[in-house]
Design a protein around this ligand. Sequence first.
Ligand SMILES: [Zn+2]
Ligand SMILES: [Zn+2]
Length: 336
Amino acid sequence: MSELRQDPVTRDWVIVNPERASRPHDGAGAASGACPFCLGNEAQTPEAVETIAGADGRWLVRAVPNRFPVLRMDVRETAGAPPPEAFWRRLPGYGHHEVIIETPDHHAQPGRMPVAQARRVLEMYVRRARALAGRDGALRQIVLFRNHGARAGTSLAHPHSQIVATPAVAPETRRRVMDEIAWYDENGGCALCRTLERERAAAARIVLETARFATIAPYASLAPYHLQIVPLRHAPAFLEIGAAELDDLAGHLTRVLGALFDRLGDPHYNLVVQTPPLDLVHRSASHWFVEILPRLSTPAGFELGSRIVVNVQPPERAAAELRAALGAADAAAKEA
Ligand SMILES: [Zn+2]
Ligand SMILES: [Zn+2]
């Protein structure tokens, strides 16, 4: 059973899926022989939906259906569902959930990956996002994310990302889209473009700027080392990303994750591609970005109940520390 239920007051959707409780965990450091994502263990996963292979024909990035999906492809029943005006709104738990295995190497670190491999991973993000977006009109949103480390909620250590295509708009995305459109109506522009302008002028919270992206520690950061990697040009949706942007993002993202690794020693984090719903792209107001939220502390009752975050680190300090880590990495690379 998998279904979506909507809270009648907040309109937030929730997925109810008891089967997810039985998915496997390898703990922190299981031997790679037991890992279903390792080279040679392909039979332990469902058949790949897409692979990117090297010159020798062996896979370098592999996308497979999730064995314990939050949403399923086979539940597209509508019989017995209450009509849309019913007080309790629900949707069958129809959707797609895939895993992107980022490398054959169990012990690879995303912050230490060769840029060419990071580029392949991003290429797979785009290919799978476009494939799922084009599948049918019932799907409204693509959520692309990586959980790195147990505190970020990952159940397997082998580097992997996930992609979920949902028939409902996620609460976080709905709020962001509404806020972006309201900002546009009031100010006549894109809120993130304007933010980026100010951040670049002040520079205090800029971590890294390359040809096409800037990483900022947001003014109202939600956690220590909270980062946003933002396209410099106004870019409404991730699915529209071009080859030159992917090239730049591969190096940019690797350097930023490398700086987090150098500064914090393999922090657990969630990485999410924040992009508007497929059918709700406001060309002028929406601007996609990559969000990185390190999991260094555990939110407690006040934060969970009030949604007011208490961040113990000013983002200006986070940005300065990460700039220093990047500078040191560049100096070491020059020496080598
Ligand atoms: Zn593995
Ligand atoms: Zn913009």
